[in-house]
Design a protein around this ligand. Structure first.
Ligand code: ATP
Length: 280
């Protein structure tokens, strides 16, 4: 299958430092791919390059075989929706207006009743319906995250009225502030969206969650892809120790081979940090 989004030899440098270094990776239609890796690995930078927010210093990104530079912002908005990490808002919009911002480019010509329906459904799917009239700026971190997910869903849904395109949903740590119920709800919604043919690319820190919801993991470290494949193949104790510098026990589910990653208390501290804590 031809990748829907393909990055080839992608490099992004700031002041001579390569934050992304010769990354080649493809994303198929209808796949759920988790990008994992330690803090500072370059995950958000890669997502911002894929979304078109950043221009690569070298290398190429193609959407359905067409160079990304060919697409206007409006054409890109039809093909991908982005949920960035904690994007700030300048004004005290109610939550339904925040969700409606997802329609700003792709849903401008929608009749009001249809736009209202999309907003209401996106809020319901995101568990934010009851927050609809609340001031976004007064919401908790998890509530804001759900409202921002609803905005991305509105964009995806409205774009579908413009014809048949492959679409992608790019999520930067979508569950970082969510409680367990809402983590499962958001990722379950993302899986349902994948089943309809949309590509989901999500940055996820929780390896157990990534292993269970994603079809494939792309492991990033130091701006490079160091592993890429199904969780059952990619995650083992050696990778967790080497890439995440954490000593974790990795068990396996007997039927699926999926990793079960269990923390070992008091592991991963270097000797100086340990000495500091002992004298604390
Ligand atoms: N504009 C910038 N100028 C200089 N350095 C930057 C810039 N943007 C990002 N960086 C650095 O690039 C590296 C990668 O950042 P990025 O945000 O992509 O990491 P990440 O893998 O998403 O990390 P985290 O898990 O902490 O969110 C980090 O060391 C960061 O400090």
């Amino acid at each position: 299958m031809n990748a829907f989004i393909r990055a080839e030899n992608l490099t992004y440098a700031v002041n001579g430092r390569k934050l992304i270094d010769s990354v080649s990776v493809g994303f198929d239609p209808g796949a759920f791919v988790a990008i994992i890796g330690p803090n500072g690995a370059g995950k958000s930078t890669l997502l911002r390059l894929l979304s078109g927010e950043l221009r690569p210093s070298a290398g190429r990104i193609a959407w359905s075989g067409e160079p990304a530079e060919k697409f206007s912002p409006a054409q890109l908005a039809l093909r991908r929706a982005v949920m960035a990490q904690g994007a700030a808002l300048a004004f005290p919009y109610p939550v339904h207006e925040v969700a409606r911002q997802g329609l700003a480019v792709v849903g401008r010509r929608l009749p009001k009743t249809q736009a209202d329906k999309i907003v209401a459904r996106a809020l319901a799917v995101s568990g934010a319906q009851h927050l609809s009239h609340r001031n976004f700026l007064t919401l908790s971190g998890g509530e804001q995250q759900r409202a921002r997910f609803a905005r991305a869903l509105c964009q995806l849904k409205a774009a579908q009225g413009h014809g048949r395109f492959c679409q992608a949903l790019l999520l930067d740590e979508p569950t970082s502030s969510l409680d367990l119920e809402h983590q499962l709800a958001l990722l379950g919604a993302a899986r349902a969206i994948v089943a309809s043919g949309v590509t989901v690319i999500a940055i996820v820190h929780d390896l157990n969650i990534a292993a269970r919801f994603a079809d494939r993991l792309v492991v990033l470290a130091g701006g490079r892809v160091v592993a890429d494949g199904p969780a059952a193949q990619v995650i083992d104790e050696a990778l967790v120790r080497k890439i995440f510098r954490a000593s974790m026990r990795v068990d396996r589910e007997s039927e699926t081979g999926l990793p079960i990653i269990l923390p070992q208390i008091n592991s991963g501290r270097d000797i100086h940090a340990q000495a500091f804590l002992e004298r604390f």
